[in-house]
Design a protein around this ligand. Sequence first.
Ligand code: HEC
Length: 157
Amino acid sequence: MNVKKIIKEKILFISIVCFFFVIVSCSDKKEPPESRFTTLYNGTFKPNCLSCHAPGNDVYDNSGVKLDFTTKELAYSTLTTKNSASPSNQYCRDIPYASARDVNNSYLLAVLISTYNTTNYASKVNCVPYNVHLLDQNLSQTEKDSIVAWINEGAGI
Ligand code: HEC
């Protein structure tokens, strides 16, 4: 057999093998991992908060607290664009619920995590943040850490 022919066949064989590897590795592409906010929405906000914080409920319709956990998009937009408005904590009004990279100016943290539930939170004189959710929500340490990390990472969707 002539050497050139053998080399040609080998090259052809190797090319075909490579081609298949490329196809297999492409078709095996995994979905990108879900975002932190998606995990938080599906695992924490939707199951724990939606029953009260949505239009049609007393808190939304009558207390002026415009948090809406109906969908991930609404949860995100209300958390990142609305400010605290609770009538029962009048000195804590107008604090953003979630400010990117600012854990001391994110009322969501003050309401859910005791270490942030401090007097004069967000430099609001006499502000004593709503503390009922520290007990009735009682989120796990992992959930709390994830909410803090979400803020610190820039509060993306
Ligand atoms: C059983 C109903 C209920 C559930 C469930 C609930 N909340 Fe609330 N939430 C309330 C009420 C009532 C208030 C106080 C409203 C007021 O002061 O008039 C409140 C207040 C808040 C506030 C402060 C709002 C403001 O503008 O001052 C935040 C933030 C909040 N809740 C977030 C959450 C999150 C996040 C969850 C889920 C982990 C949750 N809530 C679950 C009823 C609920």
